[in-house]
Design a protein around this ligand. Sequence first.
Ligand code: GDP
Ligand code: MG
Length: 162
Amino acid sequence: AQPVLAVVGRPNVGKSTLVNRILGRREAVVQDVPGVTRDRIAYDALWNGRRFTVVDTGGWEPGATGLQGSVAAQAELAMSTSDAVLLVVDASVGATATDEAVAKVLRRSKRPVLLAANKVDDERLLAETASLWSLGLGEPHPVSALHGRSSGDLLDEIVGSL
Ligand code: GDP
Ligand code: MG
């Protein structure tokens, strides 16, 4: 079976937009209202001749109550069901308490964890990206899922980790 990448993070950070960017087509549902469950969350992706499955966890409905618990539960599930996890953070907001709670869960992962600093639409947000080193998940990779900025570099990192 092909390797699985799970994309986790708070609602509205741009997970589905980034999944579509990874796929090179629009399949994951992008929306401003978070929390809507979708049926299809796993997609076939191809980069540099490497096939893998991308799971957009935004459609998961974990049992835990509260945003922090839900996203942390999402991360737990992602770690146990995938070969690598991509945590998406909104660089225009910076690391929130929820991001920190999720990062804490992911730091226990035995599999690779990558950190995407999304919504870096222009150079000005690169400084915010550097502050995300504080999450303890290694190098934050700046990307703009919306405009495609640096998404090729992130994809190189992803397939390199799978
Ligand atoms: P999800 O809930 O994490 O799946 O987030 P979505 O992919 O549905 O995106 C939430 C909102 O953020 C939408 O309005 C997107 O257009 C917007 N968005 C996603 N990526 C970017 C980005 O790179 N830059 C900006 N400015 N907005 C983005
Ligand atoms: Mg989504």
